[in-house]
Ligand binder design. Structure first.
Ligand SMILES: NC(=[NH2+])NCCC[C@H](N)C(=O)O
Length: 485
């Protein structure tokens, strides 16, 4: 077996850049403390997992912000954002097929760029998963209120549906959806995956329903002029809608619970991106063809607005709200799942406490881990107004994506001979473009977001030096080997 490799140079540098051998990462897959994860997911469930984590708040609200920038050319913006995602998705697909474990980009980085960068990546994934799922849960509460208002004319009072500082005391619906998802996750992975698959079919159905109703109101005249604000507008809208593509990578956190991960993970990642892109383009086209693009300005529930106008009766938009409630619940479920599995992988490496890798022998899920993550996420969702943190999600995610693109290039150099079930085409053009796009989108985010990001990273580094570095299993094993020698 290949030995843990570190860079050359002084000892401390070697320490921080120590990589974990791929073969060792793969061999440890599935094992936790006290039990094993169970391989229960097939291609359909994995694909639905990624679609589940992706189709959510974004498509239900983003048009109101993006269409005023692009005009009817929003369709092109969706394709553009989808392409941007595709380059990173190809890199995810390659590494997920080669290193099919639960840690996703954290584990890929550990194998290619070393322990410190892996830690930083894991810390970014907290933004992509745990923090984003709190934000999404808050959004769920708002849709629930809207649905209740439309159907039975009741709403939850603000004191119980907003955080302190947002005009309330505690956000009960946000906590409720997190607890619901936790309950499902604790029952078992296959149960959760089945529930998710049903929810995904429902939400895709609702978006198709939207397209059908909106196409009835199709007016070709609405599509001209097609790009009133030019290329600049199209690309600005493109970076706005990028958020709605985040999540195609979720299947890569299920590597240790997939029945045939080497074949199915790359397929699930690419298929889910394809499905989501098609849906987004169709929804975007239907929306701007049904309604003049200027009317999207400032519309919060933009899809509901289009339906109200197109149908002339209120029930289709109630169906849409129901769809949003289901859609967002499945995002909460899958993203919460992903977070627990990433922490599971980090605990196995000793970088965070072992309790995160304790598997319940009865249900084969990391139960304590799930409860801790759920408690943390509920607390955030209940008490913090999360508007700001949503941008922090984007920056953390883009950074993790960039690392995966770099990881592909590194692994092709360091382990060219490894069997790869999927290879990114046109190497190294695709991962290079992947890095380029991620960095470009990061630069476009504002100073406040960068400040949050830098502070977050500083806290993360402090945690690494206070705990992770000292408990690293790789480091300890090497120290022990050094003593024996
Ligand atoms: N890590 C994640 N999958 N976070 C949720 C992403 C949000 C999702 N793309 C949406 O539009 O709602």
């Amino acid at each position: 077996m290949q030995r843990a490799a570190g860079g050359g140079g002084p000892g401390w540098l070697r320490d921080l850049t120590r990589t974990k051998p791929v073969d060792q990462i793969v061999a440890e897959g599935g094992h936790g403390e006290g039990g094993e994860l169970k391989r229960s997911m097939g291609l359909l469930q994995l694909t639905m997992f990624s679609v589940g984590a992706t189709l959510g708040t974004g498509i239900f609200v983003v048009l109101g912000e993006a269409v005023p920038l692009s005009g009817p050319a929003i369709v092109v913006s969706f394709v553009l954002a989808g392409l941007t995602a595709l380059f990173s998705a190809l890199s995810y697909a390659e590494l997920a097929g080669t290193i099919p474990v639960s840690g996703s980009s954290y584990s890929y980085t550990y194998a290619t760029l070393g322990e410190l960068v892996a830690w930083v990546c894991g810390w970014c994934l907290l933004l992509e998963y745990a923090v984003s799922v709190s934000a999404v849960a808050v959004g769920w509460g708002q849709y629930l209120n809207e649905l209740a208002d439309k159907t039975i004319g009741v709403t939850i009072p603000a004191a119980l549906s907003s955080p302190p500082g947002g005009g309330g005391v505690v956000n009960v619906p946000a906590v409720a959806v997190v607890l619901l998802a936790t309950f499902l996750l604790l029952r078992g992975t296959s149960e959760s995956a089945t529930a998710n698959t049903v929810m995904v079919f429902l939400k895709v159905g609702v978006l198709v329903f939207f397209c059908v109703v909106a196409f009835i109101a199709f007016r070709a005249g609405n599509l001209t002029p097609f790009a009133p604000l030019g290329i600049a507008g199209i690309s600005a809208a493109g970076s706005k809608v990028f958020f709605s593509y985040i999540g195609f990578d979720a299947a890569s956190t299920a590597g240790e619970e997939a029945r045939n991960p080497r074949r199915d993970l790359p397929l699930a990642i690419l298929l889910s991106l394809g499905i989501v892109t098609l849906l987004y383009v169709a929804v975007g086209l239907a929306a701007v063809a049904a309604q003049p693009w200027r009317e999207f300005e400032g519309a919060e529930a933009s899809l509901a607005m289009v339906l109200d106008e197109a149908a002339g009766v209120p029930w289709p938009s109630a169906v849409l709200s129901l769809g949003a409630v289901i859609a967002i619940a499945s995002v909460v479920l899958t993203v919460l799942y992903g977070q627990t599995r990433i922490l599971f992988a980090m605990a196995r490496d000793g970088l965070i406490p072992r309790i995160f890798m304790r598997v319940s022998p009865r249900t084969a899920v990391p139960a304590a881990n799930t409860v801790i993550v759920a408690a943390f996420v509920s607390l955030l969702a209940a008490l913090v107004p999360l508007g700001r943190l949503a941008d922090a999600t984007s920056i953390g995610t883009l950074f993790a994506f960039a690392l995966v693109n770099v990881g592909v290039m590194v692994l092709r150099r360091t382990r060219p001979e490894m069997p790869r079930s999927f290879r990114a085409p046109l190497f190294p053009v695709t991962p290079l473009l992947g890095v380029g796009f991620c960095v470009y989108l990061m630069i476009r985010l504002d100073v406040a977001t960068w400040t949050v990001f830098v502070l977050w990273m500083l806290v993360g580094l402090a945690a690494y030096f206070a705990y992770g570095r000292r408990h690293s299993r790789l480091r300890r094993a090497e120290a022990a080997a050094g003593e024996r020698a």
